[in-house]
Ligand binder design. Structure first.
Ligand code: NAP
Length: 306
């Protein structure tokens, strides 16, 4: 179920003294990329999952898995005791704020010196009540403002892999791709850049100022651009068709398990279609000293697989 974590290649991020770092969401999409980065940088990692996990890596002496649940903050004491930093991530859900605030309180009680939180996209939470998910992330950020230790908050723009992985099926079976985002451009953020940023912030000697770090890709592209790029890579003509509201509602019905998540996704799609996810920021080159990965990087890999 879990890939050989150390086999994932990535560019190095700035060297820092070895630290002990706890990560929540270690088995998820981002956590699985963050974990090997921290190990390769020489840190000791405490990976948290609700399930007992047995990993086979060649650095077992620096990787420990802990079974803990954000819903039961007392289970977090063992993995958080004595760490230098904790990475805070949990999936969007109606109680995401309570779950994450439980960890923040446990970390404060244990005097954890640094918390790095993976937050929502900037445009989902400006103003704070703009979207259901953004309001939850904002409540967690507000609680972090009172944390006695250091805090860093990452607000990544729409993730390349989350928004574009659904293109694989349609490309395998035909020449048409669709999206609920109309003709809007999106400054997709590659999840590998987010993992690089998290690894950097968890271990860097001095954190940047406390403002949220708003990440994006290097430029914005719309789905017509994406179809053109895929046409070139695949050597066949790929057409783009925006979904109607009714088609998207039907898609959400089968892909999202709860009315809450369907509402969250609809709000995101409406804002992205209005161009809210188009702004480009310089956080990746400025803080990591490396260019942000363009979505073509992922699209090329996707095209090679279909
Ligand atoms: N997709 C985007 O475009 C985008 C943009 C901005 C921000 N985000 C943010 O990204 C986050 C989701 O990240 P992701 O996609 O990497 O998540 P994911 O793949 O859905 O993984 C979720 C992780 O959370 C863990 N988890 C779930 N409930 C838990 C609990 N009660 N206690 C402890 N661990 C728990 C799971 O671990 P186990 O199952 O092993 O316990 C799993 O490792 C959300 O907060 C979202 O707002 C996403």
């Amino acid at each position: 179920m879990y890939p050989n974590l150390l086999s994932i290649s990535h560019p190095p991020v700035a060297a820092a003294p070895a630290r002990t770092i706890a990560i929540t969401g270690a088995t998820g999409k981002l956590g699985r990329l963050l974990l090997p980065r921290l190990l390769q940088l020489g840190h000791h990692v405490r990976a948290i999952s609700r399930r007992p996990v047995f990993e086979q890596t060649d650095s077992l002496d620096r990787l420990s898995w802990f079974t803990a649940d954000l819903a039961s903050p007392q289970t977090l004491h063992r993995p958080l005791q004595g760490v230098d930093a904790v990475f805070l991530l949990s999936p969007i859900g109606e109680t995401m704020d309570q779950l994450q605030i439980g960890l923040i309180e446990a970390a404060a009680a244990l005097r954890v010196p640094r918390i790095v939180k993976l937050s929502g996209s900037h445009w989902t939470m400006t103003p704070p009540s703009r979207t259901l998910a953004g309001a939850l992330h904002h409540r967690i950020e507000s609680r972090l403002a009172g944390h006695p230790g250091e805090v860093a908050i990452i607000r990544p723009n729409a993730w390349t892999q989350a928004l574009l992985s659904g293109l694989a099926g349609p490309l395998e079976h035909g020449d048409e791709i669709t999206s609920p985002y109309g003709n809007a451009a999106v400054a997709f953020t590659d999840i590998e850049d987010i993992a690089d940023m998290a690894a950097h912030l968890l271990a860097v000697q001095a954190l940047p100022a406390r403002q949220p770090i708003v990440m994006s890709g290097p430029s914005a592209m719309d789905f017509t651009d994406i179809a053109a790029h895929l046409s070139e890579r695949l050597g066949r003509c790929i057409r783009y068709r925006p979904l109607t509201n009714a088609e998207y509602a039907h898609q959400l019905q089968s892909s999202q398990p709860t009315p809450f998540l369907r509402h969250v996704k609809r709000q995101f799609a409406e804002l992205i279609a209005r161009g809210e996810a188009a702004p480009v920021t310089d956080a990746t080159p400025r803080l990591l000293g490396q260019p942000a990965r363009p979505p073509q990087h992922y699209l090329n890999r996707l095209a090679a697989l279909v």
